[in-house]
Design a protein around this ligand. Sequence first.
Ligand code: SF4
Length: 898
Amino acid sequence: MPAVRSTCCYCGVGCGVVIETAADRITAVKGDPDHPANFGRLCTKGSTLHLTASPEGRALYPELRRARGEPRERTTWNHALDFAAERFAAIIREHGPDAVAFYISGQLLTEDYYVFNKLAKGLVGTNNVDTNSRLCMSSAVAGYKATLGADSVPTCYEDIDHAVCILIAGSNTAYAHPVLFRRIEDARAKNPDLRLIVIDPRATDTASLADLHLPVLPGTDVALFNAMLHVLVWDGLVDQQFIRAHTTGFDVLKEAVREYTPQAASDICGVPAEDIVLAARWFGSSNASLSLYCQGLNQSTHGTDSNATLINLHLATGHIGKPGAGPFSLTGQPNAMGGREVGGMANLLSAHRNLADAGHRAEVARLWGIDTVPDKPGKTAVELFDAVAKGEVKAIWISCTNPAHSMPDAARVREALKKAELVVVQEAYRHTDTTAFADVLLPASSWGEKEGTVTNSERRISRVRKAVPAPGEARPDWEAATAFARRLEERLRSGRPTLFPYRSPEDVFNEHRETTRGRDLDITGLSYGLLESRGPQQWPFPEGAESGKPRLFEDGEFPTPDGRARFAIAGYRPPAEKTDARYPLRLNTGRLRDHWHGMSRSGQVPQLFDHGGEPAAYLHPEDMLRRGVKNGDFVRISSRRGSLTLAAAESIEVRPGHVFVPMHWNSQFLKGHGPNALTISAYDPVSKQPELKHAAVRLEKADLPWRMVAMATGSSAARREALQPLLEQFDFASCVPFGRERDAVLFRAASREPAAAELLARIDHILGLDDESETIRYLDSRRNISKSVRIHGEALVAVRLCGETAACDWLKDTMAGAVSLGDLRRWVLAPMARPPAGFAPQGRVVCNCLNVSEHAIRQALDGGADLSALQARLKCGTECGSCLPEIKRMVAARPQAA
Ligand code: SF4
């Protein structure tokens, strides 16, 4: 079976994968044992990548909408690109280059990114090129630059093995970077003295492993880090020699943190003062302290300060530039780092150059062979869509991202896209919230179908390789951008040699490589050939070097004019939106374990829904009680910008007064605009990263007495596509796939009034419940209850329950074949919906690799099993390990339950 080595396309850990194929189809994915990011391990997402390699749901052909209001029609690549180039050129001629924009993605490969950046800044002459990485790591970039002088991650994964104290802030690493979390678990197993501090408002799976969990109030990190520094100074735990030799500004900072006593910070952060003191002492007194951080710090109106004040702790204690120590920003997306390297953002230029620096602009202009790079800063993500809404930006090209879902204040972004004169969307999937707005849809090849490179969180550049041909007419993004650029050149600078002479991604890589010469990320010693023969490499890797550098700043020299790192002075500022009597709750958004961002890809895999299930809002039991809300009741959550109806789910992970909603749900799966209907577009003044982690909301119980659940096995992707337009017909509706051996779809709806008969007939038709020869029906008109069940051969293939839906869970299991049809027929004709005797719903699947349910684990625990007995019997947690933190929690909670 042919095997191709490549890289996982989900998160910034950047795990190596081995793709197996047969007859031009991806048949299996395994972890690459030789890849230094994962040494063969994969998480649930990575290990199911082969299940996403299906043409179902993909954009296969270019499509064009000739006039607003009309449907898009299939067209040719030539026609679509000519059309787009003509419209872009006309707008640029009439309104200037800043009337167009490009919004791209941290999921693009470095080569794709490079071409888009040059297209905007080099050819069009606008810096209006920004990326969804603005939503996840621009505060990390700004924090590094403010303190270390450059956007340089000083650490590497191996530092986890050497650390004596690990501080995780604003990151649910167990969910967001699972393979890295396995490494933390291993390090703790090897070194019982390793201390783990977790700072997170939620008691996540990551926090469950902590020696010290600080459940701070959202957005209070600056006060916490300043107070930790206060303690370090007070206790004499700072490294005076390092401070004197390698930093500047400490005396001013020392004065500034004087007022941040542990008690003062405790009042702001909502955690005990003694825990703040303990965290500081552990961090300061260890031989090697490593911090890992992510969106919890970054997605804030003071994200830059949160990053910088955490880095202050490292500089003050000398925990940087040595094994096991340093501030380590974890990148969310697979190639957020690569995007930074090519300068693919509105304020950056190639190879970590700054747009604001005239010398840097001149260097890039020389490298690209153009007269000048424009000096006017481009519009960053929020600014960009605001400019589209105002008509300042008239044409926008969106590649490999889904801003209609992922941007804050989604309604505003959707309005902007409606107003744009031209929206071009280059996308692998035909149906995302954003493709609905596309005038031109260009099918993009995706993971397993394209060549290039990505850089992971530890600066390691890995090859991404093609294993199978792309479906339909899909093309790699770099190639489509190059073809468009050449057409635009004909219209804007005809007769001059092309700026885009690329015939392969390797040509693009080689040009990018040259732009890095002499820069902090110099990769002039790298080539596709070297990456082929020696595997993934870290930057810098200059010409003549034998290897890349695992760790930066080992000599205490920093890339600042005086070679010294700078302490940042920052005071605590509250989140942009205060809670008040009308909006008393705090909304927090984050991840499910088995899903990825907007679920364009992971949403294609039914088994990835076994753990996170259906859309829900998670509330502390006290808040449920206070509002008279029970598990499964519908609640309406409203902010000053919009509202969303969800089922309520009790969770002791959430602080009282908070609501947690997973970020993934969008209009493809749920009525409405998803959680970003509620979030705020206020952003950090330096990094311009929006505050996606905090909004003030209120919550009311939604009185939706009429309930419906409809399910069917088979063709789940096609059925979801047909059901999606019906979501808006109900007060609440969701539509998700499920199942393993047989894929299936579950449509759940609730409304104030019963649904019209025609609407139910449409649903029946989509789910195959209109075949009267195989469908059994029960109707209780007096109580407004109806059941329709279709049995094909010996299998239950479709169900619709109206009015009484309590049987949903066990019927869902039944579709997996757990109940005999004799029992089922009796149930259909019975007035009350009790499951057949002896049947117990399996509940959530905790171990996704080996399909071990919560019910099975609880049964084993009730039988007295401990972790090893549990694993010996059920094998749960013995494959990828993503479920281990949850299983350990269940084991730990067992005596309490008893
Ligand atoms: Fe992919 Fe999981 Fe590795 Fe992230 S941790 S790169 S999602 S396999």
